[in-house]
Design a protein around this ligand. Structure first.
Ligand code: MN
Length: 199
């Protein structure tokens, strides 16, 4: 059994003009495809081929750098495509909104903390909202690491993540990461974030 590049449930141009079609196409068909293929190659003859991605990441400190980088890249992009939606979805509501209010006081304060995490991650990496000990926490990780990894400084279940590698925004935004982060905020599929929060 090997990992497969997931199909997007929208078109490459569906997030225009906030995320351009060319960026989406390269990001999915080159970068994400590359992580997927490289993960499959790195797993060959390791005896780990039957494990799911969450199991691999939970024990990644004992595995190769190739599995760490490409397994992270595989999982992170699966999440990224799913928590985006053309035009975004309504604001968080219900239990998810209650948890955000409980952990961050209100939605605006949560947004400030999340955006700051995305902007202050030096170089390539991700910012995350994650479920931890029945609450919600914001953190960021370098490279393709994520909070599912046993070597992550902050561990938990990611429910929202933003890719701040330059490949996610450079064609449209060049060095203007803040503009990309602001655009991302308008495209969040809160229904999917809520689904992950409940699960
Ligand atoms: Mn990426």
């Amino acid at each position: 059994m090997s990992f497969e590049l997931p199909k997007l449930h929208y078109k490459y141009d569906s997030l225009e003009p906030l995320i351009d079609a060319r960026t989406m196409e390269i990001h999915h068909s080159k970068h994400h495809a590359g992580y997927t293929n490289n993960l499959n190659n790195a797993l060959k003859e390791t005896g780990l081929e039957g494990k799911n991605i969450e199991e691999l990441l939970a024990g990644v400190s004992d595995l190769s750098t190739a599995i760490r980088n490409n397994g992270g890249g595989y999982f992170n992009h699966n999440l990224y495509w799913e928590i985006l939606a053309p035009g975004g979805a309504p604001n968080p509501e219900g239990e998810l909104l209650d948890a955000i209010n409980h952990s961050f006081e209100n939605l605006e304060k949560f947004k400030d903390i999340f955006v700051k995490a995305a902007l202050t991650r030096f170089g390539s990496g991700w910012a995350w909202l994650l479920k931890k000990d029945n609450g919600l926490v914001v953190t960021s990780t370098p490279n393709q690491d994520n909070p599912l990894m046993d070597l992550s400084e902050v561990q938990g279940t990611p429910v929202l993540g933003i890719d701040v590698w330059e490949h996610a925004y450079y064609l449209n935004y060049q060095n203007r990461r803040p503009d990309y982060v602001e655009a991302f905020w308008k495209l969040i599929n809160w229904d999917e974030v809520a689904r992950r929060f409940k699960g």
